[in-house]
Design a protein around this ligand. Structure first.
Ligand code: SF4
Length: 238
């Protein structure tokens, strides 16, 4: 599907810039898939592919992922879930054992508290199961829109868009969204992104945003999307 350039998406111009093609989201995803095949996968998707794909496993991993490096998360989550594969088992862990298992992640003590509160609610209100309802998920302790949508999309296979800093920044640079907050970006994407890409966009843009379209100095000159992307807000040609 080809879309005309929206009025607010400034096209870069100048002798050093390549001419831009119409923004074709299917072509964007084709190129993203090829690029991401050579990049480390996002931690949540790596865990999913390593059999940690239950709603509880992904909920725990997503909650622990805030401000924690992927490498650390991938070291912490498997042994934690081996000891505590269910909310009951996690609550049965002695506090010291849980703190030790979580020690490498940032804000370990606060996250341990959230995990205990989360497991208590899951047991008391949902019989130890993770709810598959968006509002119920978002009401759980420590669960925001991004985490809820990741669990809905990846664990339950529901159409949901998890907008983190990478999805927010990269879609803005493409000229595909122009929202001020991740929540508004999610709303704009819900209105224009074909549903077949709703879960995949997070899987692709997390590694792409970490290694190619980086926060401070995006690598535009070697980016496979250069001829499609409007490079909104990107300063000097890179
Ligand atoms: S790296 Fe540059 S060309 Fe590639 S998506 Fe980001 S802003 Fe666009």
């Amino acid at each position: 599907m080809q879309e005309p350039l929206p009025a607010w998406a400034v096209t870069r111009a100048g002798p050093d810039c390549l001419p831009k093609e119409p923004f074709d989201i299917a072509e964007v995803f084709r190129r993203l898939r090829r690029e991401c095949a050579g990049l480390p996968p996002a931690a949540l998707f790596a865990l999913r592919d390593a059999s940690f794909h239950s709603p509880f496993a992904l909920l725990v991993a997503a909650l622990l992922s805030a401000r924690t490096r992927d490498e650390t998360l991938l070291r912490v989550v498997p042994p934690l879930l081996a000891r505590a594969p269910t909310p009951r088992a996690l609550l049965d862990l002695p506090e010291e054992a849980l703190n030790q298992l979580l020690a490498p992640v940032t804000f370990a003590e606060a996250k341990a508290r959230y995990l205990r509160q989360l497991c208590t609610v899951l047991l008391q209100q949902y019989g130890g199961r993770v709810p598959d309802d968006p509002a119920a998920l978002r009401a759980l302790p420590g669960v925001g829109p991004k985490t809820a949508n990741l669990v809905l999309g990846v664990a339950f296979g529901r159409p949901a868009i998890a907008v983190d800093v990478h999805v927010h920044r990269v879609t803005h640079r493409w000229g595909y969204t122009n929202a001020a907050t991740p929540e508004q970006t999610e709303q704009q994407l819900r209105e224009k992104l074909p549903e077949e890409y709703w879960v995949e966009i997070n899987e692709r843009l997390v590694p792409f945003g970490k290694f190619v379209c980086t926060g401070q100095r995006p690598h535009c000159s070697r980016c496979p999307l250069l001829t499609l992307c409007r490079q909104v807000g990107v300063g000097a040609h890179r």
